[in-house]
Write a protein that binds this ligand. Structure first.
Ligand code: ADP
Length: 610
């Protein structure tokens, strides 16, 4: 938020309003006062003027109508007029003249000496004489430029009613105006002073109002940055004080709400990062806004890199999905992230986020690794199909031979025993197969209860190998590299015998005539390693690891011919793993095969089992 400049501030507005009110008040009062004063002064002046003029007129009428015949010694008309003027003329008159009917000046008081002169060209005087009519005129005095009121009054003989002369007086009214101007000036000065005082007062008043508001504004800006630690001062119980109290309450509530939100956020973030499933949230356009650690690990993209990218691109489903809003209807999708080397399948569940108006605001996607699940499912399907296949072959063979016997071959002394022999072999094979399957099934159901006991491995190995030496028909040499010492292991003797039997028979089966089989027993730090090496046809590199899978056979026809079920090594693997050991093969096509397996050595010092 920006700072509020003085010209936009409430302070200036309050000062301006105060000054305007003041000016208005002074104007109204001043206008009324000056108007009244002017009226009053005018009235006073008029009545005074009128009164003086009347006195003069009355006295002059007397003098002018006086019969002067036979009174030559008495004062002259002019003397008498002069005497009246001297006596009754007032200060307010700036000029005064009395004119007789012949328009001759018979008395005057003023700047000019004009007694005896005739007045010509003054229309007012002639009008007054002729029509017995008072005239009034306002003009500017030519000598001092004063505003002057001139009154021309006919002097009438009250007996005859004829005019006997004219009295003309001038009076300056400049004084009234000067007085009014002075008063106005005083008002102006007072106004200026009032303005200055009101600016100061306005400033103080405005400050007292705006100070708490300014403080609140600053506090609001601090709150906007997420700091709720400070409070505003409360300066009184007025509206602004109430506002400050409410503001502080709001601060408290926001602080609480903020803490709660923060706590929830932390909880959510800890849940998101500690859960094993991946979570991806997007906005309404499908752009990623949040991605947790497991999700970014699964997809193989850094969280910072993923943010802002479109979910359909990140989850590689551009070809399946056009609009993200449709994803909820899709429910869940299995997405294949497999590479050439590795199978990797991810299941994504979608749910949409809506606001109160049920508008789509985003998408929450939960992804989980379903590779193992899928692998197990595939293996199960393969297993069922393999078992069916393995059983069907001997059954079909048996069926055809039995059919042939049925159709009369039983009478043929040569064919019948052969046919019966084949059927028996096939039955044997099926029994072996079913037995192998039963053993595997037991192991799968964790029914791996081995009858383990402390055994010295060296005599056991010699015993097994002796059996092979005795029974072998082909010209195969079995070399033993077995140390002459006690090697104590904790094993199920029958099961380990089965493993060695199986590996040894394979080695013999796949060895060429005159080949050599090397049986070696090597003691390592904490385990014993057994290797059985032959000089047979070997196994291609990419198939080596697969020989431990159920029903896997490199050469199906040959294995079957040799009576194999394809389960021997799978069972061996289960047994070795149940003994906490490992089994693996090393082979090169045409250069023989070595099968290794390890068993943990017993810790004789402690006497415990390993
Ligand atoms: P089988 O009953 O067919 O021998 P196994 O599980 O014992 O079944 O062996 C699986 C497959 O591994 C065999 O079919 C064979 O192709 C291959 N295999 C096992 N041992 C050897 C070996 N020593 N040399 C070559 N191939 C072998």
């Amino acid at each position: 938020m920006n700072r509020v400049g003085f010209f936009q501030s409430i302070r200036l507005k309050i000062i301006i309003v105060l000054i305007l009110f003041l000016l208005l008040a002074i104007q109204v009062v001043g206008a009324y006062f000056v108007n009244k004063l002017e009226d009053n002064l005018n009235k006073n002046f008029e009545s005074n003027f009128e009164e003086r003029v009347q006195i003069l007129v009355t006295n002059l009428e007397e003098v002018l109508t006086k019969d002067r015949t036979g009174d030559e010694d008495g004062p002259t008309l002019q003397d008498e007029v002069k005497d009246i003027i001297n006596r009754y003329s007032a200060d307010i008159f700036t000029d005064l003249q009395v004119v007789d009917t012949q328009l001759r000046v018979i008395g005057a008081d003023g700047r000019l000496e004009r007694i005896g002169k005739r007045v010509t060209g003054d229309s007012n005087i002639s009008v007054a004489l002729q029509f017995d009519q008072q005239e009034e005129e306002l003009f500017r005095n030519q000598y001092n430029n004063d505003r002057t009121l001139r009154r021309t009054v006919p002097i009438v003989d009250s007996e005859t009613g004829n005019p006997v002369g004219v009295l003309q007086v001038d009076a300056s009214i400049e004084e009234i105006y000067t007085l009014l101007e002075n008063v106005t000036q005083i008002f102006l000065n007072a106004t200026m002073l009032a303005i200055v005082v009101s600016i100061v007062l306005g400033f103080l008043v405005a400050r007292s109002i705006t100070k708490p508001i300014t403080e609140m504004r600053k506090q609001a800006m601090i709150m906007a940055r997420g700091d709720f630690s400070k409070k505003v001062n409360v300066y009184g119980a007025d509206e602004i004080g109430q506002l400050a109290i409410t503001f502080n309450n709001m601060n408290d509530r926001l602080k609480l709400a903020n803490q709660t939100t923060e706590e929830e956020r932390r909880k959510l973030s800890s849940v998101l990062s500690n859960m094993s499933d991946g979570v991806i949230a997007t906005d309404e356009n499908g752009a990623i806004t949040l991605i947790n650690g497991p999700a970014s690990n699964m997809i193989g993209i850094a969280p910072e890199e993923a943010k802002g990218q479109m979910i359909v691109e990140v989850l590689q489903m551009e070809d399946k999905v056009i609009d993200v809003k449709e994803l909820e209807e899709t429910g869940s999708l299995t997405i294949d992230f497999s590479t050439d080397e590795e199978l990797f399948l991810v299941k994504a569940n979608f749910s949409i986020v809506q606001d109160e108006e049920e508008t789509f605001t985003g998408l929450i996607t939960v992804i989980s690794d379903v590779t193992e699940q899928e692998k197990v499912e595939r293996e199960r399907r393969e297993f069922v199909s393999n078992v069916s296949h393995e059983l069907r072959t001997p059954l079909t063979t048996m069926k055809s031979y039995i059919e042939a016997l049925n159709e009369g071959a039983w009478e043929d002394k040569e064919l019948a025993p052969h046919f019966l022999n084949v059927t028996q072999n096939e039955t044997d094979r099926m029994i072996r197969l079913v037995n192998d399957l039963l053993q595997l099934s037991k192991m799968d159901h964790k029914d791996k209860t081995m009858n383990k006991e402390q055994t010295d491995l060296v005599p056991l190995v010699h015993h097994i190998l002796d059996r092979f030496d005795m029974n072998k028909t082909e010209l195969i040499d079995i070399e033993r590299k077995v140390p002459d010492e006690k090697i104590e292991v904790w094993i199920d003797t029958d099961k380990i015998t089965q493993v060695i039997d199986n590996i040894m028979s394979n080695a013999i089966k796949y060895s060429p005539e005159g080949g050599k089989i090397t049986f070696q027993l090597i003691r390592e730090r904490k385990r014993i390693k057994i290797s059985i090496q032959d000089q047979g046809l070997g196994i291609a590199r990419e198939k080596v690891d697969k020989i431990f899978e159920r029903f896997y056979r490199v050469d199906k026809a040959r294995s079957r011919e040799l009576g194999g079920t394809g389960l021997g090594l799978a069972i061996s693997k289960e047994i070795i793993e149940a003994h906490h050991g490992h089994i693996w093969a090393n082979s090169k096509e045409g250069q023989g095969t070595t099968i290794y397996f390890t068993l943990p050595l017993m810790n004789l010092k402690r006497g415990g089992r390993r």
